[in-house]
Design a protein around this ligand. Sequence first.
Ligand code: NAD
Length: 267
Amino acid sequence: MEKKLAGQIALVTGGSSGIGAGVALALGQAGANVVVNYSSSLKGAQEVVAQIEAAGSRAIAVQADVSQEAQVQAMFKEAIEQFGTIDILVNNAGLQKDAKFDEMTLDQWQTVININLTGQFLCAREAIREFLRRGPRPEVSLATGKIICMSSVHEVIPWAGHVNYAASKGGVKLLMQSLAQEYGDRKIRVNSIAPGAIQTPINKPAWETTQALNSLMSLIPYNRIGQPDDIGKLAVFLASDDSDYITGTSILIDGGMTVFESFATGG
Ligand code: NAD
């Protein structure tokens, strides 16, 4: 694979499983050295680190809960001490705590907002502070820094029974766009990836049985579930100079879910 990210340093939150693991590996294969953040699965993070090293890049695993300011700051400090700077942040960590709205507890609401939205704020703020501190690195990239926010088709599609999650991703959309607006003149690019259904632990009930998978396919015109590698390839594009004129946008990657398959018969 062409080493489009050679000499750059990436930090991927929630990098020990699913999409984050796929993205961390793809960035490593594209030549970036990678900080693989994890919250609880050291083993998962170590496996991703080993795969990146096997692909010829350097990687370290760093524990931090992205919703905790002090832990996020300590993670960036360690990353910068180890690798010198950060060029690419992938704000990927996220979770669901599903409940009917009238039964949703304040704890379920706050846990999702704290991790999915405040976590992205805390990590983006540290990344932007570092980009501003060190300034441009024209030897590795046209942009001074790049932030990729993991959003969801649920920044577009409302989601009954998942109001906390949909609200968090709607928040990520305008967090991302406002940052792109505020820091574009400093050559910092900020974009979102908005996946549809990707086969990871977060949505196991949606694909673990044939019946569930068939039902899921009724939502996806392209008729297959997405894989972390699909997202990895898009993350490499958004992190590289190939996307240098792209900032402030969400790229849907959903097999067509947002063209609303249920209207396909024209009825
Ligand atoms: P996943 O459960 O495999 O990954 C989520 C990761 O976030 C895990 O590694 C988890 O440990 C980590 N995490 C959770 N809380 C954390 C915290 N407080 N601090 C640090 N890390 C934490 O699921 P996934 O599907 O890979 O999800 C990754 C991202 O993609 C999420 O933001 C999710 O909302 C988004 N997404 C997933 C899908 C999908 O279909 N899988 C679709 C749209 C968006």
